[in-house]
Design a protein around this ligand. Structure first.
Ligand SMILES: Nc1ncnc2c1ncn2[C@@H]1O[C@H](COP(=O)(O)OP(=O)(O)OP(=O)(O)O)[C@@H](O)[C@H]1O
Ligand SMILES: [Mg+2]
Length: 464
């Protein structure tokens, strides 16, 4: 079987077996309506009807309902805590996959004394990996300091918190008098590198997260210079910069000699089996059980992304809770994925409009776009030549490939590196694949935001 034939099998198998579109629940009723909430007041695991037939000594109806609501709310609290898609992983035990990436970082930064660059798509797990790495470094005796970059920040503002923090750590070797001149006036990389090289004796790591958000080019250039100087001066201070791909590579491009002193750790997709193991762990923590087929379907739908896995998993668990059960089965997965899609499309209407348009694309173009989305989900960035190579094998001509890029162009942008692209909404590729595989029918999903606007307008018109 040709590679492309296998790829196509994989694509269509992401959500096998394909459900008929007509079996989707009508979301105009389902999304957050009281009908759903009413059934949810039955405690998970309770026998059907038990909430409405009080036995001897049973508590009164309102008290029972209250207890049911409390049980549901504590179950949902557990679900949200277990699946939390908003919080980075803090401890090694919570990190799925990534053994190779961690090894690479530990070996290069802790053992070889290089600086690190951790890059990947939004939500791919960069902060999680750098936190767990920080934990390991701390255990190995290094001092690890975190800071977040952002916006128009200048180099001195970015570095000063590290210096202030170092000053407060006993035994670190940096005294107030050493850094006094840098506390109130701007300084450059050379000044700070000299102090760090002279004073700091212990292995020390500055983790700089969200590096890509720095808009000020001079700040990035100074940071690259600082890395180079620290290496040249043999300082035990190392910098680990964390961010999305393009901007970090800008950093190396401006300073080719930095390459020797840096390890770059791309954060790509996680294998489905590891995502599935993570899902099972989250379910267990949430006090829920799950069918094997349902777990496979959720893990495949996440296409390599731990963020999507948690998002889909929590929506499925909440859908189960709404249905009054603490078990996730196929029916619940279908509802959960639809809920996740509805939530995303309400927050990202522009990306959702592009994804919904897939149904108007000729099949060949839609498939080419699906391959672009797969590349985005599994790799840190999309290389046009790689995508073209894969599609050529299946006889997709240049015009089809160009049409696929054009169809995605409102949300797919050329990066600073020639021939490579990125999605501005990095959640979009997985949702495109859900629609491509006919798991979601966007035309049946009514965005809550639009609903509200219509209600408002109808009210306004009535009042005229
Ligand atoms: N390896 C992993 N195992 C388990 N969960 C993970 C893993 N990586 C990330 N996650 C989960 O995915 C979500 C996003 O992770 P994280 O915040 O680390 O990503 P990020 O790449 O730093 O995102 P952003 O680009 O928005 O800063 C979090 O809920 C986190 O718990
Ligand atoms: Mg992050």
């Amino acid at each position: 079987m040709s590679f492309f034939a296998r790829l196509r099998d994989w694509l269509s198998g992401l959500l096998d077996p394909e459900p008929p579109m007509s079996s989707l629940p009508d979301l105009r009723i389902a999304v957050g309506t009281p009908v759903q909430e009413a059934s949810a007041t039955v405690r998970p695991g309770a026998r059907p009807g038990s909430a409405t037939q009080p036995g001897p000594g049973a508590v009164s109806q309102p008290a029972r309902a209250n207890a049911g609501v409390m049980a549901i709310s504590s179950q949902r609290t557990r679900i949200h805590a277990a699946f939390d898609a908003g919080m980075p992983v803090e401890h090694r035990a919570g990190l799925a996959g990534r053994a190779r990436e961690l090894d690479r970082l530990v070996e290069a930064v802790l053992e070889h004394g290089k600086h690190g660059i951790v890059f990947g798509a939004r939500g791919s797990g960069k902060t999680s990996l750098s936190r767990v790495f920080g934990d390991l470094a701390d255990e190995a005796g290094a001092t690890v300091l975190y800071n977040l970059a952002g916006g128009d920040i200048d180099f001195s503002e970015l570095c000063r918190p590290y210096l202030v923090e170092l000053m407060s750590i006993p035994g670190e070797g940096v005294r107030r008098i050493d850094i006094q001149p840098l506390l109130n006036a701007p300084f450059d990389a050379r000044q700070v590198a000299s102090i760090l090289a002279e004073k700091v004796r212990r292995p020390t790591i500055f983790v700089l997260d969200e590096f890509d958000r720095i808009e000020n080019l001079a700040t990035k250039t100074e940071m690259a210079t600082l890395m180079k100087l620290l290496s040249d001066m043999r300082s035990p201070v190392r910098i680990v910069a964390v961010g999305i791909a393009a901007n970090l590579e800008d950093l190396i491009e401006g300073h080719p000699s930095l390459r020797r002193h840096i390890v770059s750790v791309p954060i790509g997709g996680i294998e489905t089996e590891q995502l599935k193991a993570l899902l099972l762990r989250c379910c267990e923590t949430a006090g829920m059980t799950i069918d094997d087929a349902a777990a496979t379907r959720i893990s495949r739908s996440a296409v390599g992304s731990p963020y999507h896995l948690r998002l889909f998993g929590s929506n499925c668990a909440i859908a189960a809770s709404r249905a009054g059960q603490d078990h996730i089965d196929d029916a619940v997965v279908q509802q959960g994925l639809v809920d996740a899609y509805a939530e995303w499309s309400a927050l990202s209407p522009r990306a959702a409009a592009v994804v919904a348009d897939i149904q108007r694309l000729p099949k060949q173009i839609a498939t080419a776009a699906a391959v672009i989305c797969l590349a985005a989900a599994m790799r840190t960035r999309i290389e046009r030549t790689e995508v073209v190579l894969v599609l050529d094998e299946d006889g997709h001509d240049d015009a089809t490939i160009a049409a696929a890029f054009a169809a995605l162009s409102p949300i797919l942008h050329a990066s600073a590196i020639e021939g490579s692209y990125y999605f501005d909404d990095t959640l979009a590729p997985q949702f495109y694949l859900l629609v491509y595989n006919r798991r979601i029918d966007p035309t049946r999903i009514k965005t809550p935001g639009l609903d509200d606007l219509r209600t408002v307008l109808e009210r306004g018109v009535r009042d005229l």
